[in-house]
Design a protein around this ligand. Structure first.
Ligand code: KG4
Ligand code: ZN
Length: 343
């Protein structure tokens, strides 16, 4: 079965055609066509994503990416069109939805709305050789979300912990701005932190680990950002070495609660598998520490390939196929953008 997938929830315009085969728990995916246009260079000067700018760019990009992707896929017929309907920036989501609906009408194909977070949740499936065992705990970490999910089956999952304020990716982005580093902050902070860590010695700074002892599975990242703000204000002009030390201290403080709450969630639910997804899943320290946790608790650790951690259309196609396989793929007459859509 072939699925054309469209993703426009934030600052990436992405289109992919997937050949999907097999069934759960180990479906197979082959990418026939895939293109992505990042708007990072446009949002860079603002240090974050501007919804109306994102919308304008998606409207411009989609008619370029569609023929390019279809050509890569030899213009082969598709069976379904999948489109992200939420969560995300509503003006951005609407552009993808309108585009998909029009295409669906023109081609006479069903349009399946997809939850972006299901895309992150199932992105590990792109490359796997053996079935996963349930229950699983999934840690979904991106620019907009920080969630722990109890996954009992491919069609049964529940959020058991989430951030009360900022998402962890957002904290990376805001801290980067305070350190005068470019958007998105994650990769750059991580790079500087690694330099400082490799230098060794006693860390020059220490930031509090938000909510680490809260006794629940929730997170909070606005306080950490404020701590970095006060520290940088006190320091004044920052040289590169100080930025590296601050990046290390921030990264340690941001990652530790993720790992510790994941540990608590896995113990609480007797998890056999640990899944991670979302842009922050690209973070090396997080991957390393989650791997160590998985080894310690004998969990099967599943993570997406690096290129599928940040937003892309392949994961939207995968999530649509999982919905089809579990008989949950709806094609309502009216697909609506829902900025706060939950898993
Ligand atoms: O999943 P994603 O592409 O978009 C959303 O759905 O939000 O995630 C983007 C987020 C950004 O906040 C970015 O700073 C963060 O992922 N990110 C990272 C890394 N690479 C991307 N955070 C930490 N370390 C990284 N290596
Ligand atoms: Zn995302």
């Amino acid at each position: 079965m072939r699925i054309l997938a469209i993703e426009t929830s934030c600052d990436e315009t992405a289109v992919a055609v997937l050949e999907c085969s097999g069934t759960l728990p180990v479906p197979e995916f082959k990418v026939l066509g895939n293109s992505l246009m990042s708007q990072i260079h446009i949002h860079k000067e603002y240090g974050g994503v501007y919804p109306m700018l994102a919308k304008r760019e998606h409207i411009k990009n989609l008619p370029i990416l569609l023929p390019k992707t279809m050509q890569e896929a030899d213009n082969s017929d598709v069976d379904y069109i999948a489109v992200t309907s939420g969560p995300g920036l509503e003006p951005a989501l609407w552009t993808g939805i309108e585009f998909a609906k029009e295409l669906g009408k023109k081609w006479g194909k069903r349009v399946i709305p997809v939850n972006h977070m299901e895309g992150h949740l199932f992105s590990y499936m792109f490359e796997q050789s053996k079935p996963i065992e349930f229950p699983a705990i999934a840690l979904l970490v991106s620019g907009g979300h920080t969630e722990l999910v109890h996954v009992e089956d491919f069609d049964k999952y529940k959020i058991i912990g989430r951030t009360r304020d900022d998402a962890v990716g957002e904290a990376f982005d805001k801290t980067a701005r305070l350190l005068g580093l470019p958007y998105p902050g994650g990769p750059k902070i991580s790079e500087l932190a690694e330099i400082s860590r490799n230098r060794g010695g006693v860390p020059a700074f220490h930031f509090p680990r938000p909510m680490i002892k809260s006794g629940d599975l929730n997170f909070s990242y606005s306080g950490l950002k404020t701590s970095v703000l006060y520290t940088t204000r006190k320091l004044g002009e920052l040289d590169l070495k100080t930025k590296e030390s601050l990046a290390e201290a921030f990264e340690d403080a941001a990652i530790e609660p993720l790992v510790e709450k994941t540990r608590a969630a896995a113990n609480l639910h007797g998890a056999k598998t640990l899944i991670v997804g979302g842009g922050v899943a690209a973070n090396k320290l997080l991957r390393k520490n989650l791997q160590a946790l998985a080894d310690e608790l004998s969990l099967d650790f599943r993570l997406p390939i690096q290129s599928l951690t940040t937003d892309n259309a392949i994961m939207i196609g995968i999530a649509a196929y999982v919905r089809l396989l579990t008989n949950r793929a709806e094609s309502p007459d009216e697909i609506v953008a829902r900025g706060n859509l939950d898993l």
